[in-house]
Design a protein. Structure first.
Length: 235
């Protein structure tokens, strides 16, 4: 590797399972110093706010564990679900690139780990490293492609499998009871789940009913029970 670039060993993302897709890799040694100084790995509880809508969009966030919901709050107090952030995804980057306040809030859905670089250092690294700016541009393109894929998936016959996977993901920080059944409360409404999967709300309702009839889960309101065999399949 070029001696002017940091190595995996001394890079803040070096030990992360998502380092191969990190926007902060590779960087020059000068930029690495700023990156190390401003880097922070935050352990967050479920339902914890990461940033509020209207807060300065002055850095980029990367999710290394958990799930995060991006929501747009409306003047009437209601909100629209915008995006589900999964491990390995970055978020907050559009506001960062536009130098505008965040147009959504970001809140954890389960216990999560978020990596972030302090605002001043993040801006300096991006402006001082064309590779990092290129990585950000690539992520923007990937998000557009993923949005198109989400719409395409919604027209296929795998809705129940995708729904069950999401429900399992939403139970990630829960443990089963002594009888082996995992009981938890969904942190997302059916409308949010539909938006996250690119489905119509009635499709989600219908798929939940069929999953229940098949014995894959039991659900009442937002209370969910996953039988032991379904928890083991996800292990």
């Amino acid at each position: 590797m070029n001696r002017h670039f940091s190595t995996e060993r001394d890079h803040p993302c070096g030990a992360c399972g998502f380092r191969a897709t990190s926007i902060w890799w590779p960087v020059t040694r000068d930029c690495r110093t700023r990156l190390e100084r401003g880097f922070n790995r935050r352990q967050l509880a479920s339902e914890e706010m990461i940033y509020a809508q209207g807060a300065p969009g002055d850095t980029v966030y990367c999710l290394s564990r958990g799930l995060v919901a991006l929501r747009s709050m409306r003047p009437d107090g209601h909100y629209s679900f915008v995006r589900l952030v999964r491990p390995g995804d970055i978020f907050g980057f559009r506001s960062f690139l536009e130098m505008q306040p965040h147009d959504t809030e970001a809140r954890t859905l389960v216990a999560s780990r978020v990596c972030v670089v302090a605002a001043r250092d993040a801006r300096a690294v991006v402006e001082g490293s064309p590779r990092v700016m290129g990585n950000l541009a690539l992520r923007c393109a990937e998000e557009l492609r993923r949005s198109r894929q989400l719409r395409a998936h919604s027209r296929r016959g795998d809705n129940r499998a995708r729904l069950l996977r999401l429900i399992r993901d939403l139970s990630a920080d829960q443990g089963p009871d002594p009888d082996g059944i995992l009981r938890f409360r969904l942190p997302l409404s059916r409308a949010d789940i539909a938006a996250a999967l690119g489905l119509a709300p009635e499709t989600v309702t219908r798929s939940l009913r069929r999953l229940s009839e098949a014995g894959a889960l039991r659900i009442s309101g937002r209370q969910v029970e996953l039988p032991a065999q379904m928890v083991e399949q996800d292990a």
